[in-house]
Design a protein around this ligand. Structure first.
Ligand code: UD1
Ligand code: MG
Length: 454
Protein backbone atom coordinates (compact mmCIF):
# COMPACT_ATOMS: atom_id res chain seq x y z
CA UNK A 1 0.00 0.00 0.00
CA UNK A 2 1.41 3.39 -0.98
CA UNK A 3 1.89 5.98 1.73
CA UNK A 4 1.02 9.67 1.59
CA UNK A 5 2.27 11.85 4.43
CA UNK A 6 0.33 15.01 5.19
CA UNK A 7 2.18 17.58 7.29
CA UNK A 8 0.02 20.31 8.80
CA UNK A 9 1.77 23.66 8.90
CA UNK A 10 -0.86 26.27 8.07
CA UNK A 11 -1.67 27.54 11.53
CA UNK A 12 -0.70 31.03 12.58
CA UNK A 13 0.83 29.96 15.84
CA UNK A 14 -0.93 32.86 17.57
CA UNK A 15 0.39 31.84 20.96
CA UNK A 16 3.98 32.46 19.76
CA UNK A 17 3.16 36.17 19.28
CA UNK A 18 5.55 36.34 16.34
CA UNK A 19 5.58 37.57 12.75
CA UNK A 20 7.57 34.47 11.83
CA UNK A 21 5.32 31.52 10.91
CA UNK A 22 5.46 29.08 13.80
CA UNK A 23 6.97 26.19 11.84
CA UNK A 24 9.94 28.41 10.88
CA UNK A 25 10.97 29.03 14.48
CA UNK A 26 14.30 27.29 14.99
CA UNK A 27 14.96 24.25 17.11
CA UNK A 28 18.61 23.26 17.27
CA UNK A 29 19.32 25.93 14.65
CA UNK A 30 16.86 24.57 12.06
CA UNK A 31 13.17 25.38 11.52
CA UNK A 32 10.69 23.15 13.33
CA UNK A 33 9.37 22.01 9.95
CA UNK A 34 12.87 20.94 8.84
CA UNK A 35 12.91 18.37 11.63
CA UNK A 36 9.48 17.06 10.69
CA UNK A 37 10.42 16.87 7.01
CA UNK A 38 13.65 15.06 7.77
CA UNK A 39 11.72 12.36 9.61
CA UNK A 40 9.03 12.19 6.90
CA UNK A 41 11.67 11.76 4.18
CA UNK A 42 12.91 8.64 5.89
CA UNK A 43 9.76 6.92 4.59
CA UNK A 44 11.46 6.22 1.28
CA UNK A 45 8.62 5.98 -1.16
CA UNK A 46 6.07 8.18 0.58
CA UNK A 47 4.64 11.24 -1.12
CA UNK A 48 5.01 14.38 1.00
CA UNK A 49 2.24 16.96 1.18
CA UNK A 50 2.68 20.05 3.30
CA UNK A 51 -0.35 22.21 4.09
CA UNK A 52 0.56 25.88 4.44
CA UNK A 53 -1.49 28.99 5.01
CA UNK A 54 -0.22 31.67 7.35
CA UNK A 55 3.05 32.98 5.90
CA UNK A 56 2.82 30.18 3.34
CA UNK A 57 5.21 31.82 0.87
CA UNK A 58 7.88 32.18 3.53
CA UNK A 59 7.47 28.57 4.54
CA UNK A 60 7.66 27.36 0.94
CA UNK A 61 10.74 29.50 0.22
CA UNK A 62 12.50 28.00 3.22
CA UNK A 63 12.25 24.50 1.69
CA UNK A 64 13.05 24.54 -2.03
CA UNK A 65 12.58 20.79 -2.41
CA UNK A 66 10.83 19.71 -5.61
CA UNK A 67 9.69 16.49 -3.90
CA UNK A 68 7.38 18.44 -1.59
CA UNK A 69 3.84 18.87 -2.75
CA UNK A 70 2.61 22.16 -1.28
CA UNK A 71 -1.07 22.69 -0.61
CA UNK A 72 -2.50 26.02 0.45
CA UNK A 73 -5.23 26.16 3.05
CA UNK A 74 -6.64 29.64 2.44
CA UNK A 75 -8.48 29.86 5.74
CA UNK A 76 -7.37 27.98 8.81
CA UNK A 77 -10.61 26.29 9.72
CA UNK A 78 -9.03 23.48 11.70
CA UNK A 79 -6.81 20.43 11.41
CA UNK A 80 -9.58 18.35 9.80
CA UNK A 81 -10.16 21.05 7.20
CA UNK A 82 -6.40 21.18 6.54
CA UNK A 83 -6.27 17.44 5.81
CA UNK A 84 -9.33 17.81 3.57
CA UNK A 85 -7.33 20.17 1.30
CA UNK A 86 -4.95 17.34 0.42
CA UNK A 87 -7.22 14.31 0.21
CA UNK A 88 -8.55 14.99 -3.31
CA UNK A 89 -5.04 14.15 -4.52
CA UNK A 90 -4.73 10.91 -2.61
CA UNK A 91 -6.15 7.68 -4.14
CA UNK A 92 -8.48 5.64 -1.93
CA UNK A 93 -6.19 2.63 -1.80
CA UNK A 94 -3.28 4.57 -0.26
CA UNK A 95 -2.53 4.91 3.43
CA UNK A 96 -2.28 8.39 4.95
CA UNK A 97 -0.08 9.45 7.82
CA UNK A 98 -0.75 12.86 9.36
CA UNK A 99 2.09 14.74 11.03
CA UNK A 100 2.01 18.13 12.73
CA UNK A 101 4.55 20.72 11.69
CA UNK A 102 4.84 21.94 15.27
CA UNK A 103 5.76 18.58 16.82
CA UNK A 104 9.39 18.25 15.71
CA UNK A 105 10.97 15.41 17.68
CA UNK A 106 8.77 12.55 16.56
CA UNK A 107 10.81 9.47 15.60
CA UNK A 108 10.42 7.48 12.42
CA UNK A 109 10.21 4.18 14.30
CA UNK A 110 7.15 5.39 16.21
CA UNK A 111 5.42 6.57 13.04
CA UNK A 112 6.28 3.28 11.35
CA UNK A 113 4.07 1.49 13.87
CA UNK A 114 1.14 3.77 12.93
CA UNK A 115 1.74 3.19 9.24
CA UNK A 116 1.59 -0.58 9.68
CA UNK A 117 -1.76 -0.30 11.44
CA UNK A 118 -3.17 1.77 8.57
CA UNK A 119 -1.90 -0.82 6.10
CA UNK A 120 -4.20 -3.29 7.89
CA UNK A 121 -7.17 -1.00 7.29
CA UNK A 122 -7.35 0.20 10.86
CA UNK A 123 -6.63 3.58 12.43
CA UNK A 124 -3.30 4.01 14.17
CA UNK A 125 -3.27 6.79 16.76
CA UNK A 126 -0.23 7.90 18.74
CA UNK A 127 -1.00 8.72 22.35
CA UNK A 128 1.14 9.58 25.36
CA UNK A 129 0.72 9.80 29.12
CA UNK A 130 1.84 13.24 30.23
CA UNK A 131 2.27 14.44 33.81
CA UNK A 132 0.95 17.79 32.65
CA UNK A 133 -1.49 17.19 29.81
CA UNK A 134 -2.67 20.83 29.73
CA UNK A 135 -3.48 22.08 26.24
CA UNK A 136 -3.64 18.66 24.58
CA UNK A 137 -6.65 16.69 23.37
CA UNK A 138 -7.55 13.84 25.76
CA UNK A 139 -8.07 10.23 24.76
CA UNK A 140 -11.41 8.70 25.66
CA UNK A 141 -11.46 4.96 26.28
CA UNK A 142 -14.38 2.59 26.90
CA UNK A 143 -14.60 0.29 29.92
CA UNK A 144 -12.85 -2.44 27.93
CA UNK A 145 -9.93 -0.11 27.28
CA UNK A 146 -10.63 0.49 23.60
CA UNK A 147 -10.27 4.02 22.24
CA UNK A 148 -13.63 5.60 21.47
CA UNK A 149 -12.78 9.25 20.92
CA UNK A 150 -10.59 12.27 21.51
CA UNK A 151 -11.80 15.46 23.10
CA UNK A 152 -10.09 18.85 22.85
CA UNK A 153 -9.28 20.42 26.20
CA UNK A 154 -11.46 23.43 25.44
CA UNK A 155 -14.44 21.13 24.89
CA UNK A 156 -13.68 18.71 27.71
CA UNK A 157 -15.60 18.31 30.95
CA UNK A 158 -13.71 18.74 34.23
CA UNK A 159 -13.71 14.98 34.56
CA UNK A 160 -12.23 14.52 31.06
CA UNK A 161 -9.56 17.14 31.79
CA UNK A 162 -8.20 14.83 34.49
CA UNK A 163 -7.29 12.23 31.84
CA UNK A 164 -3.52 12.19 31.38
CA UNK A 165 -3.45 10.21 28.17
CA UNK A 166 -3.25 12.76 25.36
CA UNK A 167 -3.76 12.76 21.63
CA UNK A 168 -0.42 13.54 20.05
CA UNK A 169 -2.09 14.39 16.74
CA UNK A 170 -0.18 11.73 14.81
CA UNK A 171 -2.61 9.43 13.11
CA UNK A 172 -2.56 7.00 10.20
CA UNK A 173 -5.56 5.62 8.32
CA UNK A 174 -6.61 4.18 4.96
CA UNK A 175 -7.21 7.11 2.58
CA UNK A 176 -10.71 6.08 1.47
CA UNK A 177 -12.03 5.81 5.03
CA UNK A 178 -10.25 8.98 6.06
CA UNK A 179 -11.93 10.84 3.21
CA UNK A 180 -15.38 9.72 4.36
CA UNK A 181 -14.73 10.66 7.96
CA UNK A 182 -13.17 14.03 7.15
CA UNK A 183 -16.06 14.89 4.83
CA UNK A 184 -18.48 14.25 7.67
CA UNK A 185 -16.75 16.56 10.18
CA UNK A 186 -18.59 19.54 11.60
CA UNK A 187 -17.42 22.55 13.55
CA UNK A 188 -19.90 22.43 16.41
CA UNK A 189 -17.31 22.96 19.12
CA UNK A 190 -15.91 25.69 21.32
CA UNK A 191 -13.38 26.81 18.73
CA UNK A 192 -15.70 26.53 15.72
CA UNK A 193 -13.07 24.42 13.93
CA UNK A 194 -13.12 21.21 11.93
CA UNK A 195 -11.11 18.97 14.23
CA UNK A 196 -9.17 16.12 12.68
CA UNK A 197 -9.33 14.45 16.06
CA UNK A 198 -13.09 13.93 15.61
CA UNK A 199 -12.38 11.23 13.03
CA UNK A 200 -11.60 8.89 15.93
CA UNK A 201 -15.23 8.79 17.01
CA UNK A 202 -16.31 8.53 13.34
CA UNK A 203 -14.07 5.50 12.84
CA UNK A 204 -15.43 3.81 15.94
CA UNK A 205 -19.02 4.41 14.78
CA UNK A 206 -18.06 2.91 11.41
CA UNK A 207 -16.77 -0.21 13.15
CA UNK A 208 -13.12 0.49 12.26
CA UNK A 209 -10.72 -0.37 15.03
CA UNK A 210 -8.62 2.48 16.47
CA UNK A 211 -5.32 1.12 17.74
CA UNK A 212 -3.46 3.31 20.16
CA UNK A 213 0.33 3.33 20.03
CA UNK A 214 1.83 4.78 23.18
CA UNK A 215 5.25 6.36 23.44
CA UNK A 216 7.22 6.78 26.63
CA UNK A 217 9.56 9.44 25.26
CA UNK A 218 7.57 12.54 25.98
CA UNK A 219 9.91 14.80 23.97
CA UNK A 220 8.75 12.94 20.91
CA UNK A 221 5.20 14.20 21.19
CA UNK A 222 5.68 17.65 22.68
CA UNK A 223 4.17 20.34 20.49
CA UNK A 224 5.38 23.92 20.21
CA UNK A 225 2.55 26.35 20.79
CA UNK A 226 4.36 28.85 23.00
CA UNK A 227 7.92 30.12 23.34
CA UNK A 228 8.15 28.43 26.72
CA UNK A 229 7.37 25.09 25.08
CA UNK A 230 9.95 25.86 22.39
CA UNK A 231 12.59 26.40 25.08
CA UNK A 232 11.64 23.16 26.85
CA UNK A 233 11.89 21.28 23.59
CA UNK A 234 15.23 22.87 22.70
CA UNK A 235 16.68 21.49 25.93
CA UNK A 236 15.17 18.09 25.25
CA UNK A 237 16.61 18.11 21.76
CA UNK A 238 20.04 19.22 22.91
CA UNK A 239 20.11 16.52 25.55
CA UNK A 240 19.22 13.93 22.91
CA UNK A 241 22.12 15.17 20.76
CA UNK A 242 24.48 15.29 23.73
CA UNK A 243 23.66 11.66 24.55
CA UNK A 244 24.32 10.66 20.93
CA UNK A 245 27.70 12.48 20.96
CA UNK A 246 28.71 10.73 24.16
CA UNK A 247 27.66 7.37 22.74
CA UNK A 248 29.95 8.15 19.81
CA UNK A 249 32.84 8.60 22.23
CA UNK A 250 32.94 12.36 22.80
CA UNK A 251 33.44 13.60 26.37
CA UNK A 252 31.05 16.37 27.28
CA UNK A 253 31.95 17.90 30.60
CA UNK A 254 28.29 18.83 31.13
CA UNK A 255 25.67 17.59 28.65
CA UNK A 256 23.23 20.17 30.02
CA UNK A 257 25.53 22.93 28.78
CA UNK A 258 26.10 21.76 25.23
CA UNK A 259 24.40 23.22 22.16
CA UNK A 260 24.80 21.71 18.73
CA UNK A 261 22.88 23.69 16.13
CA UNK A 262 23.84 21.67 13.12
CA UNK A 263 25.90 18.54 12.65
CA UNK A 264 29.13 17.40 14.22
CA UNK A 265 31.48 14.64 13.14
CA UNK A 266 34.09 14.05 15.84
CA UNK A 267 37.10 11.74 16.06
CA UNK A 268 38.20 9.77 19.09
CA UNK A 269 38.67 11.17 22.57
CA UNK A 270 37.40 14.63 21.81
CA UNK A 271 36.66 16.68 24.93
CA UNK A 272 34.19 19.54 24.94
CA UNK A 273 34.01 21.72 28.01
CA UNK A 274 30.92 23.63 29.19
CA UNK A 275 28.90 26.17 27.19
CA UNK A 276 30.04 25.21 23.74
CA UNK A 277 27.79 26.48 20.96
CA UNK A 278 28.47 24.54 17.75
CA UNK A 279 26.72 25.69 14.60
CA UNK A 280 26.53 24.44 11.01
CA UNK A 281 28.93 21.68 9.99
CA UNK A 282 31.60 20.89 12.55
CA UNK A 283 34.31 18.33 11.84
CA UNK A 284 36.79 17.54 14.59
CA UNK A 285 39.78 15.19 14.41
CA UNK A 286 41.01 12.92 17.20
CA UNK A 287 41.84 14.34 20.64
CA UNK A 288 40.48 17.81 19.90
CA UNK A 289 39.91 19.78 23.07
CA UNK A 290 37.43 22.66 23.17
CA UNK A 291 37.58 24.86 26.24
CA UNK A 292 34.67 26.55 28.01
CA UNK A 293 32.48 29.20 26.34
CA UNK A 294 33.51 28.70 22.73
CA UNK A 295 31.37 29.38 19.67
CA UNK A 296 32.27 27.43 16.51
CA UNK A 297 30.45 27.81 13.20
CA UNK A 298 31.36 25.66 10.18
CA UNK A 299 34.76 24.61 11.43
CA UNK A 300 37.06 21.79 10.41
CA UNK A 301 39.78 21.05 12.94
CA UNK A 302 42.49 18.38 12.61
CA UNK A 303 43.88 16.00 15.22
CA UNK A 304 45.16 17.32 18.55
CA UNK A 305 43.80 20.81 18.07
CA UNK A 306 43.26 22.74 21.29
CA UNK A 307 40.85 25.62 21.48
CA UNK A 308 41.15 27.36 24.82
CA UNK A 309 38.36 29.21 26.61
CA UNK A 310 36.24 31.99 25.12
CA UNK A 311 37.05 31.73 21.42
CA UNK A 312 34.76 32.54 18.49
CA UNK A 313 35.61 30.69 15.26
CA UNK A 314 33.69 30.88 11.97
CA UNK A 315 34.18 29.26 8.57
CA UNK A 316 37.77 28.20 9.11
CA UNK A 317 40.04 25.19 8.91
CA UNK A 318 42.56 24.45 11.62
CA UNK A 319 45.47 22.10 11.04
CA UNK A 320 46.69 19.33 13.32
CA UNK A 321 48.15 20.23 16.71
CA UNK A 322 47.33 23.92 16.45
CA UNK A 323 46.42 25.85 19.58
CA UNK A 324 43.99 28.75 19.65
CA UNK A 325 42.96 31.09 22.45
CA UNK A 326 42.02 31.94 25.03
CA UNK A 327 39.96 34.86 23.68
CA UNK A 328 40.78 34.49 19.97
CA UNK A 329 38.51 35.40 17.09
CA UNK A 330 38.89 33.53 13.82
CA UNK A 331 36.74 34.93 11.03
CA UNK A 332 35.66 33.40 7.70
CA UNK A 333 38.12 32.15 5.08
CA UNK A 334 40.91 31.56 7.53
CA UNK A 335 43.11 28.52 7.06
CA UNK A 336 45.58 27.64 9.74
CA UNK A 337 48.04 24.89 8.85
CA UNK A 338 49.63 22.48 11.34
CA UNK A 339 51.20 23.47 14.63
CA UNK A 340 50.10 27.08 14.50
CA UNK A 341 49.49 29.23 17.58
CA UNK A 342 46.91 31.98 17.84
CA UNK A 343 46.74 33.66 21.21
CA UNK A 344 44.64 36.03 23.23
CA UNK A 345 42.91 39.02 21.65
CA UNK A 346 44.02 38.07 18.17
CA UNK A 347 41.63 38.47 15.24
CA UNK A 348 42.33 36.69 11.96
CA UNK A 349 40.25 37.10 8.80
CA UNK A 350 40.57 35.73 5.26
CA UNK A 351 44.16 34.65 5.82
CA UNK A 352 46.33 31.62 5.36
CA UNK A 353 48.91 30.81 8.00
CA UNK A 354 51.46 28.09 7.25
CA UNK A 355 52.95 25.43 9.52
CA UNK A 356 54.48 26.37 12.82
CA UNK A 357 53.70 30.09 12.72
CA UNK A 358 52.60 32.05 15.77
CA UNK A 359 50.42 35.09 16.39
CA UNK A 360 50.33 35.04 20.12
CA UNK A 361 49.00 38.34 21.38
CA UNK A 362 46.76 41.31 20.54
CA UNK A 363 47.02 41.36 16.75
CA UNK A 364 44.83 41.83 13.69
CA UNK A 365 45.72 39.74 10.66
CA UNK A 366 43.41 40.32 7.70
CA UNK A 367 43.73 39.40 4.00
CA UNK A 368 47.18 38.03 4.67
CA UNK A 369 49.33 35.11 3.61
CA UNK A 370 51.80 34.05 6.28
CA UNK A 371 54.60 31.56 5.55
CA UNK A 372 56.07 28.85 7.78
CA UNK A 373 57.71 29.36 11.16
CA UNK A 374 56.84 33.04 11.32
CA UNK A 375 56.61 34.87 14.61
CA UNK A 376 54.25 37.82 14.66
CA UNK A 377 54.85 39.98 17.72
CA UNK A 378 52.25 41.44 20.04
CA UNK A 379 50.11 44.25 18.72
CA UNK A 380 50.86 43.73 15.03
CA UNK A 381 48.27 45.09 12.64
CA UNK A 382 47.87 44.41 8.95
CA UNK A 383 46.34 47.64 7.66
CA UNK A 384 44.34 45.95 4.91
CA UNK A 385 41.69 48.59 4.29
CA UNK A 386 42.35 52.02 2.78
CA UNK A 387 38.80 53.18 3.33
CA UNK A 388 37.68 51.98 -0.08
CA UNK A 389 39.44 48.72 -0.95
CA UNK A 390 41.03 45.77 0.77
CA UNK A 391 44.66 44.87 0.03
CA UNK A 392 46.78 41.82 0.79
CA UNK A 393 49.80 41.44 2.98
CA UNK A 394 52.26 38.69 2.12
CA UNK A 395 54.70 37.46 4.75
CA UNK A 396 57.30 34.88 3.70
CA UNK A 397 58.76 31.92 5.62
CA UNK A 398 60.81 32.34 8.76
CA UNK A 399 59.95 36.02 9.19
CA UNK A 400 60.09 37.78 12.56
CA UNK A 401 57.75 40.73 12.96
CA UNK A 402 58.58 42.86 16.01
CA UNK A 403 55.81 43.97 18.34
CA UNK A 404 53.55 46.89 17.52
CA UNK A 405 54.23 46.79 13.80
CA UNK A 406 51.82 48.14 11.23
CA UNK A 407 52.00 46.58 7.79
CA UNK A 408 50.35 48.92 5.28
CA UNK A 409 48.94 46.67 2.54
CA UNK A 410 49.59 45.92 -0.21
CA UNK A 411 52.99 44.98 1.12
CA UNK A 412 55.34 41.99 1.13
CA UNK A 413 57.82 40.93 3.76
CA UNK A 414 60.20 38.46 2.10
CA UNK A 415 61.57 35.18 3.56
CA UNK A 416 63.80 35.48 6.58
CA UNK A 417 63.21 39.20 7.05
CA UNK A 418 63.14 40.77 10.49
CA UNK A 419 60.98 43.81 11.18
CA UNK A 420 61.99 45.96 14.12
CA UNK A 421 59.41 46.59 16.82
CA UNK A 422 57.21 49.63 16.39
CA UNK A 423 57.70 49.87 12.64
CA UNK A 424 55.29 51.17 10.06
CA UNK A 425 56.07 49.16 6.94
CA UNK A 426 54.80 50.83 3.77
CA UNK A 427 57.09 49.29 1.14
CA UNK A 428 58.28 45.73 0.64
CA UNK A 429 60.89 44.46 3.10
CA UNK A 430 63.72 42.45 1.51
CA UNK A 431 64.63 38.87 2.38
CA UNK A 432 67.01 38.14 5.21
CA UNK A 433 67.52 41.78 6.28
CA UNK A 434 66.44 43.85 9.27
CA UNK A 435 63.96 46.49 8.23
CA UNK A 436 62.60 49.04 10.64
CA UNK A 437 61.08 52.47 10.69
CA UNK A 438 61.42 54.14 13.99
CA UNK A 439 61.73 57.68 15.33
CA UNK A 440 65.20 57.98 16.88
CA UNK A 441 65.17 57.86 20.65
CA UNK A 442 66.23 61.00 22.51
CA UNK A 443 66.77 61.86 26.14
CA UNK A 444 66.20 65.41 27.43
CA UNK A 445 68.70 65.92 30.13
CA UNK A 446 67.53 67.77 33.24
CA UNK A 447 63.86 67.72 32.20
CA UNK A 448 61.52 68.11 35.18
CA UNK A 449 58.04 66.68 35.61
CA UNK A 450 55.36 69.33 36.11
CA UNK A 451 54.14 69.66 39.69
CA UNK A 452 50.62 70.38 40.83
CA UNK A 453 49.84 74.08 41.43
CA UNK A 454 49.05 74.94 45.06
C1 UD1 B 1 -3.77 19.60 18.14
C2 UD1 B 1 -4.85 18.54 18.36
C3 UD1 B 1 -4.78 18.06 19.81
C4 UD1 B 1 -3.40 17.51 20.10
C5 UD1 B 1 -2.30 18.52 19.74
C6 UD1 B 1 -0.96 17.83 19.78
C7 UD1 B 1 -6.72 19.07 16.91
C8 UD1 B 1 -8.08 19.65 16.83
N1 UD1 B 1 -6.14 19.11 18.11
O1 UD1 B 1 -4.03 20.70 19.00
O2 UD1 B 1 -5.75 17.05 20.05
O3 UD1 B 1 -3.33 17.15 21.48
O4 UD1 B 1 -2.46 19.03 18.41
O5 UD1 B 1 0.09 18.72 19.55
O6 UD1 B 1 -6.20 18.59 15.93
N2 UD1 B 1 -3.06 23.57 11.38
C9 UD1 B 1 -3.32 23.75 10.04
N3 UD1 B 1 -4.52 24.28 9.68
C10 UD1 B 1 -5.47 24.62 10.57
C11 UD1 B 1 -5.18 24.44 11.95
C12 UD1 B 1 -3.96 23.91 12.32
O7 UD1 B 1 -2.49 23.44 9.19
O8 UD1 B 1 -6.53 25.09 10.16
C13 UD1 B 1 -1.74 23.01 11.77
C14 UD1 B 1 -0.91 23.91 12.65
O9 UD1 B 1 -0.06 24.73 11.86
C15 UD1 B 1 -0.11 22.94 13.50
C16 UD1 B 1 -1.02 21.73 13.57
O10 UD1 B 1 -1.97 21.85 12.53
O11 UD1 B 1 1.10 22.58 12.88
C17 UD1 B 1 -1.75 21.64 14.90
O12 UD1 B 1 -2.50 22.82 15.11
P1 UD1 B 1 -2.54 23.53 16.52
O13 UD1 B 1 -3.38 24.74 16.41
O14 UD1 B 1 -1.19 23.67 17.08
O15 UD1 B 1 -3.37 22.43 17.35
P2 UD1 B 1 -3.26 22.13 18.89
O16 UD1 B 1 -4.09 23.09 19.64
O17 UD1 B 1 -1.85 22.00 19.28
MG1 MG C 1 -0.04 22.53 18.38
Amino acid sequence: MNLDIIILAAGQGARMRSVLPKVLHPLGGRPLLAHVLETARRFDKAKLHVVVGHGGDRVRDAFPDPAIHWVTQEQQLGTGHAVAQVLPRVPNDHAVLVMYGDVPLIRKETLGALQEIAMENQVGLLTAELDDPAGYGRILRAADGSIVGSVEEKDATDEQCKIREVNTGFVAAPAGDLRNWVNSLDNNNTQGEYYLTDIIARAVTDGTKVCGVTTRDRNEVLGVNTRAQLATLERGYQLRQAMACMEDGVTLIDPDRFDLRGRMVAGQDVVIDVNAVLEGEITLGDRVHIGPNCVLRNITAGDDVTILANCVLEEATIGNASRIGPFSRIRPETHLAENTRVGNFVEIKNSVIANGSKVNHLSYIGDTTVGRDVNIGAGTITCNYDGANKHRTVIGDDVFIGSDTQLIAPVTVADGATIGAGSIITTDAPAGELTLSRVPQETRKGWKRPVKKK
